[in-house]
Write a protein that binds this ligand. Sequence first.
Ligand SMILES: Cc1ncc(COP(=O)(O)O)c(C=O)c1O
Length: 409
Amino acid sequence: MLRYLKGLGIRRFLSFCDLTCIEKEVCSVSLNKTFKLNFSNKTMASSKTMNFAPGPAKVPEEVLEQAHREFFNYNNSGISVVELTHRGVDYGKINDEAEAALRELYQIPPNYKVLFLQGGGTGQFAAVPLNLCSSSDDVVDYIVTGTWSSKAAQEAEKYCKVNRVVPKTSVYTGIPDQSEWKLSNNAKYVYYCANETIHGIEFDFVPETNGVPLVCDMSSNVLTRPIDVTKFGVIFAGAQKNAGIPGVTFVIVREDLGKGMPICPTVFDYKINAANKSLYNTPPTYSVYILGLVFKWVLSKGGVPAMDKHSAVKSSLVYEVLDASNGFYHSVIKKGNRSRMNIPFRIGGPSGNDELETKFLNEAKARKMISLKGHRSVGGIRISLFNAITLDEAKALVEFLKEFQANNQ
Ligand SMILES: Cc1ncc(COP(=O)(O)O)c(C=O)c1O
C-alpha cells in the first residue's frame, strides 16, 4: 500500500483520499507522527457548533462542502484551486462567474463596474476619497453612526475636508433624524455605513443626496436587503461576514467615478482595476473563489429578497425575547434603527452585570454556541445573524436566552 501511495505522488494521494472520503464517513491518514490528515465530509457537515461570530463568520455548509470537494483537484486541472494561476482559464472563469453572480443578485447595470480588491473595508476607507476626490480642498459628507463610519471619516480626513453630517456623540444609539442632518452643498460624495457591526445600528432606508454620489459601506449587511444599485456611486463590502472569507473586498462603482487623486495607490485605483478586470496584480484567488460560491448559494436560496425575509424572521425572534425580558436583557439602540445582523445587549441592567454576562457566555459555549462576546469597546453580548446562520440555529439561541433569563433573574 505504502509503495503504491509513494508511486502515486503525494498530490494524487491526497486527491485519492478526498474521493474515497465522499463515500466513507471518516478517512484518517497518518503519514508520520507529526503530520496527520483527517478527511471527513460527514464530520464537517454535521458539526453542531453554532458560530454567531461578527466576522470572520459562518460560511454556508454547502459552500464549505463544495470547497472541500474541489480543494485538491479543481475542475480536473490536477491541481488545487489555491494553486491556479490567476492568468489561466480556470481562474478567469472563477473571477467571471463571481462577477456574473453578483450582477444577477443585485441586477447591477452595465455602467457599474465590479471589482475584487484587497485591503479590507479599512482599505476602502482610504480608497473612496482617493478615487472620488481630486484635491485636498474637496469637501465630503460623512453620516457617522458608529465606529466604522467614524473610522472611515478619520481616514478620509487625511485626504480631503470631512463634514460630519450628524452631531458627534460618544454613545451611538441610532440614526439621528434626517431633519437634523447637515449635508454640505458642494460635497464630492455622501458616505454612510449601512450596518454598524459593533453597535448594531442598521439603515432601513437609502439616504437622499439629491444627485451627490452616495458611497455605502455594506460590509455587514450586503446580500441581506434588496437595493437599487443606481442610487449609489460606490458600494463596498468585505466578504468575511455575509459573503465568504477574509481577503477580498468587493466594490461596485459607477463607471464615471474614480479618476481620483494622483497619489491614489495603483492597487486601490478603481479605473485601473476595472480596466484590468481586478487582475492588475495577483488577486486573493481563494477568497474570490469562495465569494463566487457564496453568491451562487444565495441565488440558489432565492436571492437577496429571500435573505431579507430570512434575516427579518431570525432577528425578530431575538428582539422579541429581549423586549419581553423586563430589562434583564438591555439594548440601547432605537427600535427603528436596530440591526437584523448584529444584536448587542447587556445582561442584568443598562451597564451589564459582569458575572451574569460571563456565565451567559460560558453556558452558551457549553451548548456549542460560540463567538457571542460583545466588541471590547461596548462590552456585553453580541449576537450576529448573518445569512449562513440557519433558522434552527437562531431558534436554539432564542431558547437559550429564555432559559437563561428564567434561571438567573
Ligand atoms: C461595517 C464594517 N466596515 C468595515 C470594517 C473593516 O473591515 P476590515 O477589517 O476588513 O478592514 C468592518 C469590520 O468588521 C465592518 O464591520
